[in-house]
Write a protein that binds this ligand. Sequence first.
Ligand SMILES: CCCCC/C=C\C/C=C\C/C=C\C/C=C\CCCC(=O)SCCNC(=O)CCNC(=O)[C@H](O)C(C)(C)COP(=O)(O)OP(=O)(O)OC[C@H]1O[C@@H](n2cnc3c(N)ncnc32)[C@H](O)[C@@H]1OP(=O)(O)O
Length: 213
Amino acid sequence: MTEPVPAEGEASPADPHLAPEPAPTGAEGIAQLAAAARRVVDTVVHADPPADAALLAAKLHAIADEIAGSGRISPPRWDNPEHNRDHNPVTGAANPLAPPLTVSADGTGGVVGTATLGFPYQGPPGHVHGGISALLLDHVLGIANAAAGHRAMTAWLRVSYHRPLPLLTECTVRGKRVSSEGRKIRATGTISTGHGTHVSAEGLFVAVRPDLA
Ligand SMILES: CCCCC/C=C\C/C=C\C/C=C\C/C=C\CCCC(=O)SCCNC(=O)CCNC(=O)[C@H](O)C(C)(C)COP(=O)(O)OP(=O)(O)OC[C@H]1O[C@@H](n2cnc3c(N)ncnc32)[C@H](O)[C@@H]1OP(=O)(O)O
């Protein structure tokens, strides 16, 4: 049997533009999965209980089984900087729990990131849960320390809540190392919106012992 001849202007089955896109691999592929999972979580948090909830849940479990069976996802390794970056619960593009916050140098020795937090992060109605704010600040202060050359663990973090942080509003998270004394590092940070500073934090971090780093 002969293949039908495509009409002029019609793409032939051999047209390279019709070739399926190469399957995403590695970090990019997992980031795509994480973005989809994030959307599922956001949708579930919003949902009225659907009549076919059990069927939908079974489908989600089937998808999780398929992902787990793909063999593509290896467990995150926290001693691997790339995995740390991709899988952490704040900036991790590969972690559906992460908003994710995007962080970069602020040009003054600190770091700055932005995120818009939705209903999965709700505490007081319409506002971000205080523990989530603390998480964002803890992590961004950690990044600020790392950017200043210190891999350090949080010893303590003091968080002050000045005004409720609204959901669905772009917020800016800043962090800066302010001093170092031996292995002890102090860093401060804020979460702000166009309405000013909502949350601030200061923390003591202790540099990872050289034999563990
Ligand atoms: C291999 C681990 C990898 C860790 C990764 C870290 C950073 C990753 C790198 C890049 C960063 C990028 C992004 C940020 C990523 C992650 C941020 C995550 C933040 C966290 O989520 S992190 C988890 C929560 N965090 C803990 O799970 C800590 C549990 N804890 C311990 O692991 C120990 O407790 C430790 C390490 C804190 C100290 O232990 P240690 O044996 O190394 O040092 P030592 O006890 O000798 O203290 C030395 C001097 O700090 C003073 N000091 C100690 N603790 C104090 C406290 N609480 N208050 C006041 N002063 C304190 C002492 O008084 C002494 O002071 P002095 O020298 O003046 O006497």
